[in-house]
Design a protein around this ligand. Structure first.
Ligand code: SF4
Length: 225
């Protein structure tokens, strides 16, 4: 019998590898991959007897540590540049600077257990929702009360927020498939801290140039090992 994880990961890997191999525009390929992801997850949710408790306006998880890949951050910058005002971008970057000053004092373990509001969370809604990274897409919960409890007690790693097994499995498989395709086609597939990468993609004009030639895109953002 076919392993559904292997099958979903391989399917995405093959499709994205083929698209990335013939296109210099990884952002366009990533957008298509997000569309396939959304369809895959919608189907998994549809087929599950248990449903996620997530809804607009509930954003406890947007205070967690977030990780991002270089191609995801390029797409986010492009989206913000096209849809945000200059004032709004400046405000986001100022908030990100303040967050980064805290994050740089934390160990990875401390960062995991510290609430820091994402600079892109506005009025309890993600302001880059269509291009949010895989790490944000992959998070879901079946228990909103547990999310609130975890938010109020961030050091307590015993609180289980509840995930739907097949949704988590397909999300992980698809994500791994795309990330393997990015690495296989010579892209920077390292994992970076979201906040420090956001600052660098706006403040360091050479970052996208480094990505284009297959180099490590971020020099100052925290790399997550
Ligand atoms: S990018 Fe959006 S979904 Fe992800 S943590 Fe920030 S506000 Fe939340």
């Amino acid at each position: 019998m076919t392993d559904p994880f292997q099958s979903a990961a391989l399917n995405e890997y093959q499709r994205s590898t083929a698209q990335l191999a013939t296109s210099k525009d990884s952002a366009a390929t990533l957008k298509k991959s997000y569309e396939r992801y959304d369809n895959l997850i919608a189907k998994a949710i549809d087929e599950s007897p248990v449903k996620p408790a997530c809804k607009a306006g509930c954003a406890f998880c947007c205070h967690y540590k977030v990780e991002v890949r270089a191609h995801e951050m390029l797409l986010i910058k492009d989206y913000m540049s096209k849809t945000f005002t200059a004032e709004r971008i400046a405000a986001v970057l100022a908030e990100a600077e303040a967050n980064a000053a805290i994050i740089r004092t934390l160990t990875p373990e401390q960062h995991l257990t510290t609430n820091i509001k994402c600079a892109l969370l506005q009025d309890n809604q993600c302001s880059i929702y269509p291009v949010r990274p895989f790490r944000c897409r992959n998070f879901h919960s079946t228990d909103a009360a547990a999310c609130e409890q975890s938010h109020n007690d961030p050091g307590n790693m015993e609180i289980a927020t509840g995930m739907i097994e097949d949704v988590a499995m397909f999300a992980d498989a698809h994500t791994q498939g795309f990330e393997a395709a990015a690495g296989q086609t010579g892209r920077d597939a390292r994992v970076y801290d979201f906040t420090t990468a956001l600052l660098e993609v706006f403040n360091e004009p050479n970052a996208p140039k480094r990505y284009k030639v297959g180099k490590k895109m971020f020099q100052n953002a925290i790399e997550v090992k």
